[in-house]
Design a protein around this ligand. Sequence first.
Ligand SMILES: [Zn+2]
Length: 422
Amino acid sequence: MSSLLIRNGRVLDASTGFDGVRDIAITDGKFAQSAPNGSPEFNARGMIVAPGFIDMHVHLREPGMEHAETIESGARAAAAGGFTTICCMPNTTPVNDSATVTSYIVSRAQQNAIVHVLPIGAITKGLAGEELAAIASMKKAGIVAISDDGRPVMNSRVMRRAMEFARSLDLPVIDHCEDLNLSAGGDMHEGVMSTRLGLRGIPSSSEDVMVARDIILAETTGARYHVAHISTRHAVSMVAFAKARGLRVTAETTPHHFVLHDKELHRYDSNYKMKPPLRCEIDVDAVIEGVVSGAIDAIATDHAPHAGNDKMQEFERCPFGITGLETAIGLSLEALVHTGRISLMRMVELFTTGPARVLSLAAGTLAEGATADVTIFDAERSWTYDVSQSQSKSRNSPFDGKVFRGGPVATVVNGRIVWSVC
Ligand SMILES: [Zn+2]
């Protein structure tokens, strides 16, 4: 455990609403009144100092597909993106549907990860959508939520039972909302662009009907329910409606869903192929509106590394998903803050107290005594993303070569600087 003094930064803490220049002292890995004499110092003048950012939706490919990402490399990419905590989805090989796999991930993370890694367990065995996974024992082993992400739970009876069970354990249920019968065979958003490009479409309704179903089941069961990577206007308004009714319903969106449109697909570049697909302008505007209004609680990256050969196939054959950890702060600043849609404080909230509340984590604060996780970023610094230098093992980002205004500067985990720009 270490001590550190972060000096002269503009501190933004969404847990208290504090916004002002002050020093942050860390002793023995916790925030403290003061740091011991001779502690290392970090000069954060002109920078934003915030509680450690949390990415509640990340795919690490360990166990099973370590050539695409490991817990170690994914954690390094997270640190380089300004994240101090990441939650990893269970679609590994084997699937994280038992305490054995959960414990494996937890111990690998303890040995190798430079940020906190919190596993999310499967809802159903093998993500098959039929039998419930070993949810209670996974919870004892350390999962913070359940999800079959990558796949929806198509069977409504199974989803209802999962919600009843999760409620008794006070675990949130995260759903990847996609009606597979409606989306079957689709490669991009169904609309004018898919017709023009001759690509098979995934209609917005494939997301909408599942969000509707899940909200009804959340009301029936009283479960905590969270919509992963929300992308359509109807889904956003249904979540707002559920919140207004007092249901425990929350949602996250990803930077690519509020930065990019389906128009990008004209390049037939597989780095624009993801699920849910990039939507049309009306949906993108509604997602941003949901971020502004509070219908959306968190920004998550859905970091989905794929090894080179997998993404180098023809468009229809290549897998869905892009990496996202290292570009999330830059994209959020660009699309939300620099455009004047939200304040810097609201952005900090979406990366800290927002996800912390969804998952009931004791994180997202600079309060004395709390674990000293800090994200230091610069809202103005100009930098260029070079994917060949990525800390991730994969290179599937559509943002290679992009010039950003603002980005992460240093990442502090347990009071230690685990990454910094220079
Ligand atoms: Zn998903």
